[in-house]
Design a protein around this ligand. Structure first.
Ligand code: FAD
Length: 394
């Protein structure tokens, strides 16, 4: 009989997984359940916030996946029955599977910062899921008078895209410097150290002197409560009044992970690092931001690679073959201005029940590099974006 593979979530992980399961198992029935008819990508969305890119460059349809033989359904999965191997949609439709792959991305923890519930995000946008929130933050920056204070709140790790807040800070700083030079950006950070820190700090000092100020956890940077009506954000030490505030709250795996009982007390999903099978429900595989893969970051690069490996292992398992361990990599580019970028690379292998960094591998681009090195990285970032979005969405 025809194998049935159902995939929930058509982002970087799920869309790639659907394409590659169909490639490895052309005879299988592959169904992709995705809530939205158009996907809006987060990578490069900080350029939209900085006024350097249109949101349309972030948007992708599912037509090419459908043309490749994937049955694309726009519905929201609201239940999973692991014993019967079925998924139920909001429309009441039910899909049976032999293997289920979840790539639901993240949900925001609306209970983590006092005063920051869903309503608050209409005033203090998170812009950590791209789309309306990205445009809202962009509009607020545009409307802000010169001399205003922009405040950004960064959560403790783990969260989606570890360098993402600092790339955003760079591109907001560029906009302020060019368009509103009397304005400042204050980063209130629950972390002490952050991804590519020396490189970001070098870029801020060189490109935007006096614009960016940051307080880390040791300097009481963690935001504990907000009052959007009063436009304030409070740490344990002080309360600041913001003209524009970008609150990136703590996160957890997308809701369907909790419903399917594949997330643990951390809110994230433990998986076998070779097959991406849930350690809690063996016929459910999970990839992307939702899984516990540290030291691998939660990135589109990682989600895409995990998707290809997961598709490979699922097709072997369905054919009765043993899974095969593989080496994994990740590269995250971050723009420090609209035409300069920096990057970090890691190499990982599957150890005993966990992902492990390969000794002596990976690293970042060098400090103190000449401008052409950074411009070259920005061009590589553009190529990476075109490649990964083509692989996922066609
Ligand atoms: P997502 O891409 O979020 O996809 C999840 C999908 O599942 C969504 O389309 C959602 O609608 C759908 N879904 C969820 N639940 C259901 C359900 N129950 N039923 C149906 N559909 C459902 N990564 C990089 O590699 N490089 C970068 O430069 C980079 N920059 C970033 C910048 C910013 C500002 C941010 C916020 C992130 C950035 N990232 C970057 C990270 C990247 O966006 C994520 O790591 C990536 O999107 C993860 O893919 P995913 O498939 O796990 O989740």
């Amino acid at each position: 009989t025809r194998a049935r593979v159902v995939i929930v979530g058509g982002g970087f992980g799920g869309a790639t997984a659907a394409r590659f399961v169909k490639t490895f198992l052309p005879e299988a029935s592959v169904t992709l359940i995705e809530a939205n008819p158009v996907y809006t990508a987060c990578p490069f969305s900080n350029l939209v916030i900085g006024g350097e890119r249109e949101i349309t460059g972030q948007q992708f349809s599912y037509e090419a996946l459908a043309a490749a033989g994937v049955s694309v359904v726009h519905d929201r999965a609201i239940a999973v029955n692991a014993a019967r191997r079925t998924v139920t949609g909001q429309s009441d439709a039910v899909w049976s599977y032999d293997k289920l792959i979840l790539s639901p991305g993240i949900d925001l923890r609306w209970d983590a910062i006092e005063g920051y519930g869903e309503d608050a995000a209409a005033i203090f946008p998170h812009a950590w899921k791209a789309g309306e929130q990205t445009l809202l933050l962009r509009r607020q920056l545009k409307a802000m008078p010169d001399g205003g204070l922009v405040v950004m709140s960064v959560p403790p790790a783990p969260f989606r895209c570890p360098p993402g807040p600092y790339e955003r800070a760079s591109l907001i700083a560029q906009y302020l410097k060019n368009q509103k030079p009397k304005s400042k950006l204050l980063i209130l950070d629950a972390q002490d150290q952050f991804s590519k820190q020396p490189l970001f700090e070098e870029a801020w000092a060189e490109l935007y002197p006096g614009v960016v100020e940051r307080r880390g956890a040791q300097d009481f940077g963690r935001v504990v409560s907000v009052d959007p009506a009063a436009r304030t954000l409070a740490t344990e030490f002080e309360s600041v009044t913001a003209d524009v505030a970008n609150v990136i709250p703590p996160q957890k795996a997308g809701a369907i992970a909790g419903i399917a009982e594949v997330s643990d007390a951390t809110g994230w999903c433990p998986v076998d690092p070779v097959t991406f099978a849930s350690t809690l429900q063996p016929d459910i595989h999970i990839i992307g931001d939702a899984i516990i893969a540290a030291p691998m970051p939660k990135s589109a690069f990682a989600a895409n690679l995990q998707a290809k490996l997961c598709a490979f292992q699922v097709s072997r398992l369905l054919a009765g073959l043993a899974p095969r361990p593989a080496t994994l990599t990740n590269t995250c580019y971050s723009f420090t201005s609209s035409d300069t970028a920096i990057s970090i690379t890691g190499v990982y292998r599957s150890g005993e029940g966990a992902f492990v960094s390969v000794d002596g591998s990976g690293g970042t681009t060098p400090l103190g590099a000449e401008r052409y090195v950074r411009e070259n990285e920005a061009m590589q970032a553009q190529t990476w974006f075109r490649t990964i979005t083509r692989q996922a969405f066609g």
